[in-house]
Write a protein that binds this ligand. Structure first.
Ligand SMILES: NC(=O)c1ccc[n+]([C@@H]2O[C@H](COP(=O)([O-])OP(=O)(O)OC[C@H]3O[C@@H](n4cnc5c(N)ncnc54)[C@H](O)[C@@H]3O)[C@@H](O)[C@H]2O)c1
Length: 263
């Protein structure tokens, strides 16, 4: 999906910087879009920061950051573990959340830094979350937790960043046939539900064009349709008051940022 978005942006005149752990695919992608490539692991802050720094040096500004890196879970969270000699289970395999939670947060953090350096300051961040950021996937609990985290991160950051002319949203697709899983795994799924890569790229383009009314949204994408999902309604007035005393939260919106944050 990262490549589809890069291609679409490059066709619209954007200069693109590709960052990926996979050097061969990353180089080929950069060549395809006439951009630059930096090999970096999003779980290694210094590598990711270097990639941003290199992009800034090359282009002199960064207007849009697409936090896209992802993997499927590498180990079952449910697997019963053998105890080690001290009677404790071994440390869990948390690569999925290191990539899609910690890595995505680091990407957003660095994005914020560099968008602020622009003159005038500002720009856009889009996180590629997942519909597993809205609905729970029992076969991917860490994937689900990470993607729910991205929806929360988007909703939490949007109103404060708005004041700095920085817009953030996240995309929550259903199934998209990519390299994320082996082709056979995708073939076993209901083919009527798939979202084409072009649709993901066109959602990104339209979010960038309408960021004043989409900042803070989690955008569900399924088939050829997409839906803007805002913060859920409060369960009752007491909870709403509770959140007022926390300092407020961004309001549910229907076009245009309204916020009740007390700055
Ligand atoms: N394919 C789907 O059905 C689907 C649905 C919803 C959300 N997503 C999300 O979309 C995003 C893009 O995935 P995709 O489906 O295009 O899969 P993909 O495997 O084609 O692309 C993921 C890219 O992330 C890179 N990557 C993985 N770990 C990395 C790391 N530690 N550091 C740097 N790069 C790393 C991979 O090398 C790869 O190029 C992921 O975050 C995924 O969770 C995918």
């Amino acid at each position: 999906m990262g490549l589809a978005v890069a291609e679409s942006l490059s066709r619209s005149g954007w200069r693109v910087s590709i960052v990926d752990l996979n050097e061969n695919d990353g180089q080929a992608a950069a060549q395809k879009v006439g951009g630059i490539f930096t090999k970096a692991n999003v779980t290694v802050y210094e590598e990711l920061a270097h990639a941003f720094g290199k992009t800034w040096k090359e282009y002199g500004r960064i207007d849009f950051v697409f936090a896209n890196a992802g993997i499927v879970e590498r180990a079952s969270f449910y697997a019963k573990q053998e105890e080690t000699a001290d009677g404790l289970p071994p440390s869990p395999n948390m690569l999925a959340s290191r990539v899609m939670f910690d890595g995505a947060i680091a990407t957003v953090y660095l994005g914020l830094h560099f968008l602020r350096k622009n003159s005038p300051a500002g720009g856009s961040i889009i996180i590629l979350a997942s519909s597993a950021g809205i609905y729970p996937a029992p076969n991917g609990p860490l994937y689900t937790a990470s993607k729910h985290g991205m929806v929360g991160l988007t909703r939490a950051l949007a109103s404060r960043l708005w004041a700095e002319n920085i817009h953030i949203s996240c995309i929550c697709p259903g199934a998209v046939a990519t390299g994320l899983m082996p082709a056979e795994a995708f073939q076993q799924m209901n083919q009527d539900t798939f979202t084409p890569l072009e649709k993901i790229a066109s959602v990104v383009q339209s979010l960038l064009e309408r960021e004043e009314v989409t900042s803070g949204a989690a955008v569900e994408v399924v088939g050829q349709k997409h839906y803007l999902r805002w913060r859920p309604e409060f369960c009752d007035e007491t909870m709403e008051k509770c959140w007022d005393s926390f300092g407020g939260t961004s309001a549910i919106r229907d076009g245009g940022l309204t916020t009740n944050w007390k700055q």
